[in-house]
Design a protein around this ligand. Structure first.
Ligand code: NOJ
Length: 575
């Protein structure tokens, strides 16, 4: 086989070890398992489900924020970065959870949210109380308003959640917030801010945390000097040269270089992955061993169900590895985007990517256009098998292993997401955050002993974990088998494309193992080999439409890995 990527670069620990190919399961704690019946998932709930995580065969879990929070943005409005929300448990519960996961051989990643605090954070309360120009305000981005009494915001910049990016302090000054008004941005030029986050990283690493997911990693450093460019000039946040005043500035990596020293002072070194919506050509800065070491590849999550989209996204991800010596982190979904089974059940359009179609479908509460749920689930099964056979690591969002759909018809009054409140053109992200069904009945389908914090539709019942456990063909059992096989089949970072029809995606990995996906309408004859796993049953030995098979090939035909032009693809990942 033509050797393709990676060749196991001896890059520093940042990108090294088991993390290069880890499968990470994302837990949104408030919607995973509720141990005390208050409707909110919690840490003891996670601990109680460690056997489930172990049976899935995942290597690690990533927990989105569990810190004290008023939930103005699903926990990304953090009151205290070094504590647990009392509704979710205590630090002792956290230690018990980490111990149970470690005993099960599962490592733990927590979310660090350095771009902003909540407006209830002690620093922000002090900043408001201290008054204009007080040193307490320098930890945030306060500026004088326009107009005689400062009654207008300092400029026309907009929040990524909609509306102005400025909120009034009440004394002629305004504070800047890229996200909700309850999430004031920190001033990363302030040494106290930097020292505090070094402390936070050490705090969790000392508690046994194995890695960190860095929220809004492309934010933090900002050029807030005047004259401010008008919003129209900077609304597109993707740039190739680091010149945007708010996003993906080169000097953000100074911060990560400091953190890298901290990560590497532990044995084993702590892992980090960047959540960074940047041009693919700039991702290598984040995946560099001097910086965070890994970064999510959101292009896969944004890809439409088309073989050419997949081919291109895969080539770019592989090129990342060549550029940085790291591996890419693939994902089909997360807590910020409509669920993959639903996206792939919506009609493909030429004008709009499926992500956009899904958002407008949500605005109609799922009425238009028609979503074919079965087709979406079938494609999502085929898709996860593509990801799991690729070099690199894969992130799985909780519930995707059950084939769950987006809950489209949540009534407006129950929505929790600030996007839904701040925008009339976006229903927000609650539809993928509805608590998981564990059993087919019970007050919240086994999530807890009471109701769930977001209403669960009746159809969740048939997707419940213990329904699927008894069905050998369920999506859950497909995930379990695929994850177990992956450990044996797809180590290392080499792969080669195999020449195929345009509607077929075919690549090989070392050991003559191949992954074949049929995007076309007709069944196809598989190459000569033993089928190890298929996303749906084969029909007369053929691979049906919208399906993937893993094979041990009898006559490998590797063509080698094509070079990729990195500069032509943008990213339309949302925050
Ligand atoms: C990215 C997180 O994934 C998202 O949920 C959050 O709203 C923003 N960062 C702001 O913290």
């Amino acid at each position: 086989m033509t050797s393709a990527v990676g060749q196991d670069h001896q890059v520093a620990t940042a990108a090294g070890g088991a993390w290069r190919t880890a499968v990470v399961y994302q837990i949104y704690p408030r919607s995973f398992a509720d141990s005390n019946g208050d409707g909110i998932g919690d840490l003891p709930g996670i601990t109680s489900r460690v056997p489930y995580l172990q049976s899935l065969n995942v290597d690690a879990v990533w927990l989105t924020p569990f810190y004290p929070s008023a939930l103005a943005d699903g926990g990304y409005d953090v009151d205290d970065h070094r504590d647990i929300d009392p509704k979710l448990g205590t630090l002792d519960d956290f230690d018990a959870m980490v111990a149970a996961l470690h005993t099960a051989g599962i490592t733990v990643i927590v979310d660090i949210v350095p771009n902003h605090t909540s407006n209830r954070h002690a620093w922000f309360v002090q900043a408001l109380a201290a008054g204009r120009d007080a040193p307490e305000r320098d930890r945030y981005l306060f500026r004088d308003g326009l107009g005689p009494a400062g009654e207008q915001p300092p400029n026309d910049w907009e929040s990524l959640f909609g509306g102005s990016a400025w909120a009034p302090a009440g004394d002629g000054q305004w504070y800047f917030h890229c996200f909700a008004a309850e999430q004031p941005d920190l001033n990363w030029e302030n040494e106290e801010v930097r020292a505090d986050f070094r402390h936070t990283v050490r705090f969790w690493a000392d508690r046994g945390v194995d890695g960190f997911r860095i929220d809004v990693a492309h934010g933090l450093r900002k050029d807030m000097s005047e004259p401010y460019p008008p919003w129209g000039e900077i609304a597109d946040i993707i740039r190739l040269d680091g010149s945007h005043p708010l996003w993906d500035r080169d000097d953000v990596h100074e911060i990560y270089a400091e953190w890298r020293q901290i990560f590497n002072s532990y044995d084993p070194p702590r892992y980090a992955v960047a959540e960074a919506s940047v041009h693919p050509a700039r991702r290598a800065r984040y995946t560099s061993p001097d910086s965070l070491g890994h970064a999510f590849n959101f292009a896969m999550q944004d890809a439409d169900w088309r073989p050419e989209d997949y081919r291109s996204v895969i080539n770019i991800g592989l090129a990342d590895m060549i550029n940085s010596g790291s591996t890419t982190s693939w994902l089909l979904g997360c807590h910020d985007t409509p669920r993959v089974a639903t996206r792939y059940g919506l009609p493909l359009e030429d004008e709009r990517p499926t992500q956009q179609v899904a958002r407008s479908w949500l605005l109609t509460d799922g009425a238009t256009p028609r979503m074919d749920g079965e087709l979406g689930e079938r494609r999502a099964r085929a898709a996860i098998m593509i990801l799991l056979a690729l070099p690199g690591s894969t992130y799985i969002y909780q519930g995707d292993e059950l084939g769950l759909h987006e809950v489209a018809d949540l009534p407006r009054h129950v929505l929790e997401d600030p996007i839904a409140r701040r925008s009339i053109t976006d229903k927000g992200r609650d539809g993928c955050r509805v608590p998981l069904p564990w059993t087919p009945d019970g007050p919240s389908f086994g999530f807890g002993s009471g109701d769930a914090h977001l209403p669960q539709p009746d159809w969740l019942s048939s997707y419940a974990v213990n329904v699927q456990e008894h069905d050998p063909d369920s999506t859950l059992n497909l995930y379990r088998r695929a994850l177990a096989l992956r450990r044996d089949l797809f180590a290392g970072t080499e792969m080669s494309w195999v020449d195929s029809e345009p509607s077929v995606l075919h690549y090989e990995r070392p050991g003559n193992v191949g992954c074949v996906t049929n995007f076309g309408a007709e069944p196809i004859t598989l190459p000569d080999g033993e089928v190890l796993l298929s996303s749906v049953e084969l029909a007369d030995g053929q691979l049906p439409s919208d399906a993937t098979a893993w094979l041990r090939m009898r006559s490998p035909k590797a063509l080698g890995y094509p070079p990729t032009n990195l500069t032509h693809l943008g990213s339309h990942h949302r925050p």
